[in-house]
Write a protein of this length. Structure first.
Length: 40
């Protein structure tokens, strides 16, 4: 699977991560775009 780092901006990536973290009955906090930027 190819890397998506350069294809999604911080806002889009934060939305995807938040969705994944809250899927399937999980209850996780919202990921902010600033968190993604800090992790890059």
């Amino acid at each position: 699977m190819g890397a998506y780092g350069n294809q999604l901006n911080d806002l889009e990536l934060a939305a995807v991560i938040t969705y994944e973290r809250n899927s399937w009955g999980n209850n996780a906090s919202i990921v902010q775009p600033a968190d993604v930027k800090a992790a890059r």
